[in-house]
Write a protein that binds this ligand. Structure first.
Ligand code: SF4
Length: 522
């Protein structure tokens, strides 16, 4: 027989109640009201100083006080590491550290209350599978650590141009703001392309940088004086049809005309790819690698931000094409989106044309997807997704560069995947020169020496193709310089050298002189 179980009803009820559960709450900024706008400065950053200055013009035009954060410096890495989680990727650490260092200085001067009132931080947001979707959490953690819990930061979603008023009405994310920022980014891109296509060949050292500075200031004014065309369709129509920006870029072209170049200098052409922030950045955050490459006798092909914005349209187009969308009118939506894409690329091409077509064209997104397809599926989102594979193969097949330098952040999941896939690509295309550079922020010598190894081979190729063209055409370098004396337009930075099937600028230049300008064998 089993024993009867008795229940003791005299249990001690004197157990202290558990502490209340503190649930996780996502960061929510305090309101930024319309009345505060005149006395509050929007802080922003993350691109190059050129893009940021033009964006500042667009924000000033809408009567916002706006200021870019100082360019990223090595100390920002340490400040970021101190305050956010240890596994964060290097762009998150750098950008958070940059905000932290700025705020620390301001607090030391004005005190916490004043800084909390005086500034708000505006950053791009996403719901990406990588840490990009969590940037704001890192910022919130750092603000907490600084004792600035009430400091306000706002996210600009990348896929919505008209988000209306945010938390209090101080910031209105509407079409004039979004289009002003996008147009300033596109202009920043084409001017940056001019810069990198010119500086390696400039005859008078420092001239490109001086003209660049002048042009960026000029374009700042252009954005600051942008005419008002309302908040809705009027402003959209105006941005898409106006010649206001192309006229301004033609002025930039005139200023650029003054730069004398020598395109017989043989340079290795290096296409920069990689994680968005790291490839765009110019400074300590990526060991100043673009500047270093130029010092090492290279011509850098910089990555335009415009390619990223173009890429953002494509997942939606793919979903509509494959009827994976919840839209009630997928066919109509697909047509509308493809029309928007054509307008976008058309606008970029108008800007390029105003600068003599020297800025590079945007790669076709479908081609990038198709090139990457055997190695990396386009639905694997995060970071630049399949684009890293697609861009490397695009440059290789179209002979746009001698080598690819892929900047990969330490602790970045999407980039780790793309580097893994590139091993397969290199197996199929062993002569593709590819330098994957892991950037931690504090291992410069290691990273640059890795790049140097591939660059040495790229330089050999650049030299070999130049000599091949000289031999094929029978033209001597002295004869080219003699010819240029009678045709001074050839020495202008705005003279467009057509692509003649070689990766290097100097080889294309010689072939162009022989085939199109009639420079004959000596
Ligand atoms: S792509 Fe990589 S480096 Fe960039 S935010 Fe995402 S995880 Fe960080």
């Amino acid at each position: 027989m089993g024993q009867l179980v008795t229940i003791d009803t005299n249990l001690d009820t004197n157990i202290s109640a558990p502490p209340p559960v503190k649930h996780y709450q996502a960061y929510r900024p305090n309101p930024f009201t319309r009345e505060q706008r005149e006395n509050t400065t929007l802080l922003f950053g993350g691109l190059t100083w050129k893009h940021e200055r033009l964006m500042q013009g667009a924000l000033h035009n809408l009567k916002y006080k706006a200021e870019p954060l100082p360019n990223i410096a090595r100390e920002d890495l340490d400040a970021g590491k101190e305050l956010i989680d240890v596994g964060a990727c290097c762009p998150t650490i750098f950008t958070t550290g940059s905000l932290v260092n700025f705020l620390k200085k301001e607090v030391a001067q004005h005190g916490k209350d004043e800084v909390t009132k005086k500034y708000v931080y505006l950053t791009a947001g996403a719901c990406g599978p990588c840490r990009f979707g969590q940037y704001h959490e890192s910022y919130a953690m750092a603000l907490d650590g600084l004792g600035l819990k009430d400091f306000r930061l706002f996210l600009l979603a990348q896929d919505e141009l008209d988000q209306g008023e945010t938390g209090g009405g101080g910031l209105e994310i509407n079409l004039p703001l979004s289009l002003g920022l996008i147009w300033s980014i596109l202009c920043g891109d084409v001017i940056t392309d001019m810069e990198y296509a010119t500086r390696p060949y400039e005859v008078n050292p420092g001239q490109t940088d001086a003209v660049l500075k002048d042009c960026v200031e000029y374009m700042y004014k252009v954005f600051n004086l942008r005419p008002d065309h309302g908040k809705k369709l009027g402003t959209l129509a105006w941005h898409l049809t106006t010649n206001y920006f192309t006229k301004a870029l033609r002025e930039v072209r005139k200023k650029w005309d003054a730069i004398e170049v020598d395109r017989t200098r043989v340079k290795a052409r290096v296409k920069i790819t990689g994680e968005f922030w790291l490839q765009t950045h110019e400074g300590d955050g990526n060991y100043n690698i673009k500047h270093w490459l130029e010092q090492e006798d290279s011509e850098v092909v910089p990555p335009p931000v415009a390619v990223w914005l173009h890429y953002l349209m494509h997942p939606v187009i793919r979903q509509l094409e494959h009827r994976h969308s919840t839209s009630n009118h997928p066919k109509r939506d697909e047509m509308v989106l493809k029309a928007v894409e054509r307008l976008y690329v058309g606008t970029y091409n108008r800007f390029r044309k105003a600068l003599a077509n020297i800025p590079n064209e945007l790669p076709d997104q479908v081609e990038l997807k198709d090139l990457a397809e055997p190695f990396y599926h386009f639905e694997l989102r995060g970071g630049e997704g399949h684009m890293l594979i697609g861009k490397a193969l695009y440059a290789y097949h179209h002979k746009k560069a001698h080598m690819i330098c892929e900047l990969s952040p330490y602790s970045c999941m999407p980039n780790t995947m793309s580097i893994g896939s590139m091993a397969n690509v290199i197996g199929k295309y062993p002569d593709l020169l590819y330098a994957p550079i892991e950037v931690k922020g504090d291992a410069e010598v290691h990273a640059l020496s890795r790049c140097q190894m591939i660059l040495t081979e790229a330089k050999k190729r650049a030299k070999a193709e130049f000599e091949e063209v000289l031999k094929k055409t029978g033209i001597r370098v002295e004869a080219i310089h003699e010819y240029e004396k009678h045709h001074p337009e050839l020495r202008r930075a705005t003279y467009k050298v057509p692509h003649k099937g070689y990766s290097g600028t100097s080889a294309n230049y010689v072939l162009h002189l022989a085939q199109d300008r009639g420079l004959a064998r000596a």
